[in-house]
Design a protein around this ligand. Structure first.
Ligand code: PBG
Length: 338
């Protein structure tokens, strides 16, 4: 390559059409997945304080919401549920009349073409707030992580499989386990096939880190652990090679798509997974990544629209095919406006 003054990088930057011609990455509405938080009750649409522009919705609101999403061109939603009551093993998570199961049916009735993805986990549904079956006493956990061996991985697999089958039975297109138990993809695939749902796909939260950026979500979903933390099952932030092992394992067990979560602090991981694997790759632009921009924008410190589009484009540039983002509806509008 020639050097200055033969080469002048600025030549191709001096008009919008030139920039469009040489642009390497395109963000489009078709890349976006919008998370929804479902609550029991009727006529409810309550803004989530830590996540401005996002709402707790009762099931009767979903027909209208689905129409909005379809008219914006957003292809998919990811459902989370807040149960009526919590217990030791998170029973509402696999109840055919549970909040997510009702939500899936309502969305499919209103907009059959909208892809419905369900989060498969126990933490919103258990009284201890952990993502699986806990065998420890709270005293053992005070001030520390869950002691080793206290979260019963293999007993949890059975419940996760039940959740996934109940979501598939309600009509979910894709189930997305976010618990980080070992062996869950195989357990869920076997259960789905056995129950007659061979076409329900699995999006694995393959590389999900124990991150500070889930804070606003945990308030919104009421899913913060009562004691201990999730470091005994979610990944340790400094690790990149381990993420590749997690992905390898999930691909081997039958995942159809894999995810890296969070997105912003883990773009290197996304990039590495993209280089190594040919499966569709999803990134989760998590709650804290939204809230920090919202807060800075509210203080007048940065321009939300520009920051959000820059972030979403960066996530695509790093290698994501699709992005789960609380900005999905805003981004669809911004992209339409051009
Ligand atoms: C449930 C789950 C979490 C998120 C998605 N699924 C929280 C957690 O693991 O504590 C976080 C999403 C976000 O922060 O936007 N296991």
């Amino acid at each position: 390559m020639s050097s200055f003054p033969q080469y002048r990088a600025r030549r191709l930057r001096c008009s919008e059409n030139l920039r469009r011609l040489v642009r390497e990455t395109t963000l489009s509405t078709g890349d976006l997945i919008y998370p929804l938080f479902l609550i029991h009750g009727r006529g409810l649409r309550e803004e989530i304080p830590a996540m401005p522009g996002n709402y707790h919705l009762s099931v009767d609101q979903l027909a209208g919401e689905a129409q909005d999403l379809v008219s914006l061109g957003i292809p998919a939603v990811l459902l989370f549920g807040l149960p009526a009551c919590k217990d030791e093993t998170g029973r509402e998570a696999y109840d055919p009349e549970g909040i997510v199961q009702q939500g899936v049916r309502a969305l499919k009735a209103a907009a059959p073409e909208l892809v419905v993805i369900t989060d498969v986990c126990l933490c919103e549904y258990t009284n201890h707030g952990h993502c699986g079956v806990v065998r420890a006493k709270p005293e053992q956990c005070a001030g520390k992580g869950l002691p080793n061996g206290c979260l019963d991985n293999d007993a949890t697999l059975e419940l996760l499989a039940r959740i996934a089958v109940s979501h598939a039975a309600a009509g979910a297109d894709i189930v997305a386990p976010s618990d980080m138990m070992d062996g869950r993809i195989a357990a869920i695939r076997t259960a789905l096939d056995g129950a007659g749902y061979p076409c329900t796909a699995i999006l694995s939260y393959a590389a999900k880190y124990a991150s500070a950026f889930y804070g606003p979500f945990r308030q919104a979903a009421g899913s913060a652990p009562e004691y201990g933390d999730r470091r005994g099952y979610q990944m340790d932030p400094p690790n990149q090679r381990e993420a590749l092992r997690e992905v390898a394992q999930d691909v081997d067990e039958g995942a159809d798509m894999v995810m890296v979560k969070p997105a912003l602090a883990y773009l290197d991981v996304l990039c590495r997974v993209r280089e190594r694997y040919n499966l569709p790759l999803v990134a989760y632009n998590v709650s804290g990544e939204l809230s920090m921009v919202k807060a800075a924008a509210a203080a007048g410190w940065l321009d939300e629209r520009r920051a959000a589009l820059e972030i979403l484009t960066a996530i695509k540039r790093a290698g994501a095919d699709a992005i789960i983002t609380y900005w999905a509806k805003d981004a669809a509008r911004w992209l339409r406006e051009g």
